[in-house]
Design a protein around this ligand. Sequence first.
Ligand SMILES: *[C@@H]1O[C@H](CO)[C@@H](O)[C@H](O)[C@H]1NC(C)=O
Ligand SMILES: *[C@@H]1O[C@H](CO)[C@@H](O)[C@H](O)[C@H]1NC(C)=O
Ligand SMILES: *[C@@H]1O[C@H](CO)[C@@H](O)[C@H](O)[C@H]1NC(C)=O
Ligand SMILES: *[C@@H]1O[C@H](CO)[C@@H](O)[C@H](O)[C@H]1NC(C)=O
Length: 392
Amino acid sequence: MKRFGIKSWILIMILVVTVFFIVQWKFKDSSRLHSKIETTTNNNKKVKIFAATKFFSDVSETIDSYMKICSKEIQGYCEILHDELDFQNADAVLFHAKDYERHTSQWMFENRNPKIPYVVWTMESPMLEQNFPDFMNLTMSYDRKADIYWPYGNIRKKQKIEDNPKSFEDIWKKKKKSDESAAEIIWMVSNCITPNRRMEIVEKIKTLGMKIDIFGGCGMKPKKCEKKTTMDCEVNLVSTYKFYMAIENAYCEDYITEKFWINARDRFAVPIILGKQIYLDAGIPEKAFIALDDFKNLDEFKSFIDNLAENKTKYMEFHEWRKEYEMDDIFWNHNYTPEILNNYGLCKLCQNLKSGKYSNNFTNVYPTLIGKWHKRSDCNNSIGYRFLKKFY
Ligand SMILES: *[C@@H]1O[C@H](CO)[C@@H](O)[C@H](O)[C@H]1NC(C)=O
Ligand SMILES: *[C@@H]1O[C@H](CO)[C@@H](O)[C@H](O)[C@H]1NC(C)=O
Ligand SMILES: *[C@@H]1O[C@H](CO)[C@@H](O)[C@H](O)[C@H]1NC(C)=O
Ligand SMILES: *[C@@H]1O[C@H](CO)[C@@H](O)[C@H](O)[C@H]1NC(C)=O
């Protein structure tokens, strides 16, 4: 008994209390450590997108290549999966509508996790897109009504007006014709029969005596680009023409493809288009293109172009927009600007998946692709038919 005197009891009490606090502190620390690990894992969470289809029947690598336009940060955490074994680990399943075949995708619908959004991706107009009969949760498209907007291009006001963004003298010099009778208009086209009958309209313009050099599947092979139509070759070829026939294969809301943006922006060829409303809706100034529907008939159009091609001052007015505006080529991306491109398409999808935008209580259902949001009534392909009447 003597050994366990008051002093000893006090000592034991101090010991017990100390141990208690040490344990408490340790526990707290470890829980802090634990939560720290958890948040880091969350920040380091990889986003995985399962590619359910190819992209235009290309090798699967093509979808990955669209990731290259995103910032390094996004590329660091976002991954495209192709192996069927990875299907279970996906945070989203991505279908390119044109490549969708029901029989090969059936298993993905039978083994569907309702928490994982199925994304349908279309860059085709509702006229040429196949319908998509299975239930999707998200849409990705050039169509502004899509959940994830991915336009082919974009125009924005410069922060400051530039007086001489590009030497207008240089642009004009490049437009030298090989001889007086050479064409001023170029068209690269491979889709000859379209609902808006653009080929017939162009043929009609030619019958009026206007020269138009047509290359591609519906025309000649460019001499210099015979082996392979490389981008550089096209740029050089088109840059020597004053105008580019940029009529889309269908006239539909928001449907302005790379042929407009690239030729205007990089090739300095003024685009000739069919109906101007969708271009104005996209914020493109009126003097950045020439719209066929502005003319009473094709004769008027021809004399306008003939006159414009000869008058440097007047022609250059169609390049004035360059002082005030900047065009972004978003889909083909010849200018690498992730801070802009991050806002669109796959880059945006990755960010939304990462931030948990589609987790928890998210539900969204599209029963078909050519449905309420991507609809044929967004198109008016008869807009140029009046030019095709025999007598006008
Ligand atoms: C060329 O166009 C400018 C601007 O529209 C005009 O003032 C001028 O008279 C035109 N020149 C000729 C030779 O037609
Ligand atoms: C989930 O969404 C439904 C329908 O919008 C809503 O009624 C419900 O309160 C939501 N639940 C949570 C946990 O947010
Ligand atoms: C996706 O659509 C399916 C089919 O309609 C639905 O069952 C599921 O809840 C939806 N999931 C999300 C994340 O929207
Ligand atoms: C389509 O365009 C033509 C020609 O501009 C016009 O007459 C017609 O009303 C338009 N149709 C629709 C459905 O908007």
